[in-house]
Write a protein that binds this ligand. Sequence first.
Ligand code: SF4
Ligand code: SF4
Length: 125
Amino acid sequence: MFLKEIINLFKGLFTVFKHLFKRPVTLEYPEKRRCLNDVFRGKPEVQGCIGCGICKKVCPAGAIKFDKDESGKVYNFEFDFKKCIVCGNCSFYCPKGAIKMTKEYELATSDKENLTLKYRGGADD
Ligand code: SF4
Ligand code: SF4
């Protein structure tokens, strides 16, 4: 029993020393950040929406909503980032290229209201 504990102690020490001289795999975030690759998807943004509704249909999370006035102008465009899984479907299928997946990913907040990403006009703003 005692011998087993000694062996486990040395196994632990071996693991520590094995990694002591290797390059760290983590970064001192937030002082240092990794470069994001081209296909990284972060917070979605909208500009130039015509209100066709395709993004709503292809969103698997039901995270998009907007209203339209009598003239068909889009307003109150919202992404619910509590639901959004950042799949990029909305951006991919939008016929106007109105939705862009930005590289913004630091969206942690203590107020869940901040997770509703609002674009007042949707079409023009
Ligand atoms: S964002 Fe694109 S897909 Fe969604 S309603 Fe507007 S134009 Fe249509
Ligand atoms: S990225 Fe995906 S989950 Fe998020 S709003 Fe677009 S379609 Fe919906």
